[in-house]
Write a protein that binds this ligand. Structure first.
Ligand SMILES: *Cc1c(COP(=O)(O)O)cnc(C)c1O
Length: 372
């Protein structure tokens, strides 16, 4: 039997055709950026945003946005304690200070009440994350940001295709970012996108993306900036995948549904939240064992591994990691829900090529682990 894959793409002849076209024709004149321009334009339109800038990955998209906004030394930026480190690392790149906040026990995203408790006069921005495809409480977060004059940013890397009150993930805050990493719903291998509405901010980020060049004057740089340019082949793959987005999202939703249905008879298991006002595109089907099971993520993952079944830990609270040594005490004090939920959560295999039989094998494994 082939090993069951945690995450990975679904590539068809459609992608092959478009990438081959870029490989054959995408090198000279306007063809050199044809797929970059097309993908950016279509991706922005789909999300009802005025502008899109493709980047080498999502981490660089966040860095570009923070730099474009002028976030820097002395500023505090609020982030949820449970997310991939890519959300927070760019805060350090611009010499600002990350402030880790607690998550909501139901949607696992940034808890607005916890944000209130951590605001100071140095708070400059809030980055909220749509974790695993779940949507953050955007109404409440926007109210806080508006009241305090804070910058609100959306990390939608895991939520392509999700909606909140009918509005797509990618339309919240001054800017939203996406990842097209190999493991994400839509992939270019490595890749990212920054979505914006504000014209001046777009021009600034575009300038910062390519060595601070002057308009219309060759090799003439106004500032020392970054080189975060996308590549046409990468964009061709992204554009081809984007044309199949509904299919990819439906597949992700089917995977979660299959786990949920198979395990429906076991009480006190908690999966990705989908309240009435949310359409969840389920990048990562995630299972949090209710406290009644007395199950930890470490034990579940180890016992599943013994059965030859993969699973990944719920994101660790960032404040608990060696990378953020010095934040541990703060995290335990201010983010108790993050520590608790994270200790009981695992992400289930969800490669887009996973089969029903493989999902059922994982469910059988989970039953054995819960009985042991
Ligand atoms: C994957 C991911 C990122 C980073 O994406 P890269 O393209 O690898 O830089 C950022 N935030 C979240 C929430 C992610 O899941």
């Amino acid at each position: 039997m082939q090993p069951i894959q945690m995450a990975g793409p679904w590539i068809t002849e459609h992608e092959e055709r478009i990438v081959l076209d870029a490989l054959r024709n995408g090198w000279y004149g306007p063809q050199a950026y044809h797929y970059v321009e097309t993908f950016q334009r279509e991706f922005a339109r789909y999300h009802d945003r005025a502008h899109a800038l493709m980047t080498p990955n999502c981490t660089t998209a966040i860095h570009l946005l923070l730099a474009g906004l002028g976030v820097g030394a002395g500023d505090e930026v609020i982030v949820p304690d449970c997310t991939w480190i890519a959300t927070a690392a760019p805060i350090t790149y611009v010499q600002a200070t990350p402030v880790f906040c607690d998550i909501d026990p139901h949607n696992w995203c940034l808890d607005p009440a916890a944000v209130e408790a951590r605001l100071t006069e140095r708070t400059k921005a809030i980055i909220a994350v749509d974790l695993f495809g779940n949507m953050a409480d955007w109404d409440a977060l926007r109210a806080i940001a508006d009241r305090r004059g804070l910058i609100l940013i959306e990390d939608a890397a895991e939520a392509l295709g999700s909606t909140y009150r009918g509005v797509r993930a990618g339309k919240f805050g001054v800017g939203s970012v996406f990842s097209f990493h190999r493991t994400k719903t839509l992939t270019t291998g490595e890749g990212g996108m920054l979505l914006l509405d504000d014209e001046a901010l777009f021009e600034r980020c575009k300038f910062l993306r390519d060595h601070g060049r002057a308009e219309g004057r060759m090799y003439y740089n106004i500032e020392v900036t970054f080189k975060y340019m996308p590549f046409n082949l990468q964009a061709a793959l992204g554009y081809a995948q984007f044309q199949r987005l509904n299919e990819l999202v439906e597949r992700k939703r089917w995977i979660l549904d299959r786990y949920r249905t198979n395990l429906a008879d076991i009480p006190d298991l908690h999966f990705n939240a989908e309240p009435d006002h949310v359409f969840n595109a389920v990048w990562g089907p995630t299972l949090v064992f209710g406290s009644s099971h007395g199950m930890t993520k470490d034990r579940a993952i180890a016992e599943l591994a013994e059965l030859g079944l993969p699973a990944r830990p719920f994101f660790y609270p960032l404040s608990s990691l060696p990378a953020y040594a010095g934040y541990n005490e703060q995290g335990r004090q201010f983010a108790p829900v993050a520590y608790d939920v994270s200790s009981r959560g695992i992400t289930l295999p969800a490669a887009l090529i996973i089969t029903e039989a493989e999902i059922d094998a994982v469910c059988d494994g989970l039953r054995r682990v819960l009985r042991s």
